[in-house]
Design a protein around this ligand. Structure first.
Ligand SMILES: O=c1ccn([C@H]2C[C@H](O)[C@@H](COP(=O)(O)OP(=O)(O)OP(=O)(O)O)O2)c(=O)[nH]1
Length: 153
């Protein structure tokens, strides 16, 4: 068990009687978060699923909203903005944006585990504007400049 960080959580009226997000196993990186509403997402559609929760994440941390692999593999349900970013100063309702890449409508019941939340440290950058950048072997090469997807060698 690594360090634990306390995150203030407030249940909104429609989140009452739902369990808080939980780690399913001791070593889980993500807490499964539950839907606080019932909705069916049509193939190709997107929807911001209510969780009934509002958070106060400590400064210096964020929460990432990530897809669940089982939903992605079995139903084509994923998080289009993955990882969704929950800022430490956000006090509105945490919502899980889902997209249905599958071929069937996907029905969500209240209490279903629709995504997972990963608490992560945040390092804010400070710009150092310069006239020239240092040289590197890569230079401006990118976007496949080292070759396609075939293995090296
Ligand atoms: O999957 C998500 C992503 C974001 N949010 C909330 C928390 C986050 O702090 C806020 C803003 O998110 P983001 O910065 O990604 O959105 P934006 O489109 O840049 O909007 P804004 O201008 O409000 O920052 O919306 C969610 O509830 N779920």
């Amino acid at each position: 068990m690594n360090d634990q960080v306390t995150v203030a959580v407030r249940r909104l009226p429609h989140g009452e009687s739902l369990e808080l997000p939980q780690y399913a196993t001791d070593g889980a990186a993500g807490m499964d978060v539950l839907a606080a509403e019932e909705v069916t997402i049509a193939p190709g559609a997107r929807y911001a699923v209510a969780t009934g929760l509002a958070l106060a994440i400590p400064a210096g941390y964020e929460i990432q909203v990530r897809p669940r692999s089982g939903l992605a593999l079995k139903h084509g349900i994923t998080v289009p903005n993955t990882p969704g970013t929950i800022d430490s100063d956000y006090r509105g309702e945490l919502k899980v944006i889902l997209i249905n890449h599958g071929t069937e409508p996907f029905a969500i019941a209240r209490g279903d585990r629709v995504a997972q939340l990963v608490l992560a440290p945040v390092t804010q950058a400070v710009w150092n504007e310069v006239a020239e950048l240092d040289d590197t072997a890569r230079g401006a090469g990118g976007f496949g400049s080292t070759g396609g997807h075939a293995r090296l060698g």
